[in-house]
Design a protein around this ligand. Structure first.
Ligand SMILES: Cc1cc2nc3c(=O)[nH]c(=O)nc-3n(C[C@H](O)[C@H](O)[C@H](O)COP(=O)(O)OP(=O)(O)OC[C@H]3O[C@@H](n4cnc5c(N)ncnc54)[C@H](O)[C@@H]3O)c2cc1C
Length: 391
């Protein structure tokens, strides 16, 4: 009997749902199996910052494509993403100036609206900002942030409307093979049959790869964010700020809040069991990022502390994802390991994965850069900066 589906997608985060939408629209019979609910993993806890500032042409193009989707979400996907355009600032130290200029030149050559601003111009844009230690910054007027839960649920709904079947509360417990070919998965609802299986299990990506006997270097790492209430004089929403000098990012959040997180390579050391980790924010984290934020944004000295939470990044050795056929010729694929910066790329990743799974001769976004073998070849993806963890 022919299998019921052409493709089974493991994981209902932004990558699984975006890929499901693309392939359902191409006429494939797709089933998404999610162990809990849509957005349960990294996606639902994402800071969801949408910026174009990347060092590689591929990721910059993917970010630009995805921005256009967020800007036209009702037409492109359907429903709402909560995209809010506040502008984005990347603040670097003098030693990263050359990298900043090269990145901005690359991004401009791809059609991204971005420019270098001098400290005086920065102060005009965001008067509360401390700029005395800055030589220059990159500014993207179109960037901002979205609501990650609205976004991923809109993708899931659109995929369903396009014909995909979505099963929540359905953990996949095994990947089934007939010889070298994948034939489906085992799950809490029993077996599902399909000649293609995509592992988009995010922080659980290595665990799902291991179900097929493959080691994928993706670690589930605990990361935190904190919220601060802005004082009355600062109630207006401010641009997203990536402050590479103080190793923090912050953005406006509804309710006159500012959300703050770290840009810190040592977050890769906080490897946890993704099913059993402390989801509460640490008091020491709130104090630390609060001090860093106030150093950059002194007007926040009078802010109120509003708590926070911990969630998971899926971190690879070079902080870039793995998008590949895990076992060549098997039909078992992976699209995981987005290392803390994948949300904004989600719309483009769906296209990339769909092209890969259908063997498109001329893919819109060539996934070769994200092949698994790059680690064994000693050719990791590199950024242009000291802080290349942001891509
Ligand atoms: C605190 C935080 C802040 C972030 N900020 C940003 C940001 O500002 N901008 C940005 O671009 N990115 C950001 N990111 C990163 C971004 O959110 C992720 O890269 C992206 O959401 C990854 O999506 P995903 O679909 O790969 O993984 P996930 O959203 O984790 O989805 C994987 C899904 O697979 C499911 N699953 C796992 N195992 C199984 C199984 N055996 N069977 C069935 N289902 C399974 C999980 O339940 C989960 O829902 C942030 C992440 C966090 C945690």
């Amino acid at each position: 009997m022919a299998p019921a589906y052409d493709l089974i997608i493991i994981g209902g985060g932004i990558m699984g749902c975006s890929t499901a939408l693309q392939l359902a629209r191409r006429g494939m019979r797709v089933a998404v199996l999610e162990q809990k609910e849509i957005g349960y993993g990294s996606t639902g806890h994402s800071s969801a910052i949408i910026r174009q500032h990347y060092s590689n042409e591929l990721t910059a193009r993917m970010a630009l494509y995805s921005l256009r989707v967020f800007q036209n979400f009702a037409d492109e996907v359907g429903g709402e993403s909560g995209f809010t355009s506040t502008g984005f600032l990347a603040l670097t130290s003098a030693q990263d100036r050359a990298g900043l200029e090269a990145n901005v030149a690359l991004q401009q050559s791809l059609g991204i609206q971005t420019e270098i601003l001098a400290p005086e111009a920065l102060r005009e844009l965001m008067p509360g900002l401390e700029v005395s230690d800055l030589v220059a910054a990159a500014y993207e007027p179109e960037s901002g942030y979205a609501d990650p839960n609205l976004t991923v649920n809109a993708y899931a709904r659109a995929a369903r409307q396009a014909g995909a079947a979505i099963f929540t509360d359905t953990p996949v417990t095994g990947v089934r093979f007939d010889g070298d070919r994948v034939v489906g998965v085992e799950s809490s609802r029993g077996p599902f049959d399909a000649p293609l299986v995509l592992n988009s299990a995010g922080p659980w990506g290595a665990r799902v790869a291991r179900m097929a006997g493959v080691e994928a270097p993706i670690n589930p790492c605990r990361v935190q964010v904190a919220f601060f209430r802005r004082p009355a004089a600062e109630e207006k929403a401010h641009p997203v700020v990536a402050d590479f000098i103080n190793a923090t990012y912050f953005r406006s959040e509804t309710g006159n809040l500012t959300l703050v997180g770290l840009i810190d390579p040592s977050e890769a050391d906080a490897i946890v069991n993704p099913d059993a980790f402390d989801e509460r924010v640490d008091d020491s984290f709130i104090m630390d990022v609060g001090d860093r934020m106030v150093a950059r944004y002194p007007a926040m000295a009078e802010c109120g502390v509003m708590g926070g939470y911990a969630s998971l990044y899926a971190i690879t050795p070079d902080w870039h994802p793995i998008v590949d056929e895990l076992l060549p010729g098997s039909g078992f694929y992976i699209c995981s390991g987005f290392s803390g910066h994948g949300f904004k790329l989600g719309p483009a990743v769906g296209v990339m994965a769909a092209d890969l799974l259908t063997g498109a001769a001329d893919p819109q976004f060539d996934p070769a850069l994200f092949r698994l073998s790059r680690y064994a070849e000693g050719k990791p993806v590199l950024g242009l900066y000291e802080y290349s963890i942001v891509g």
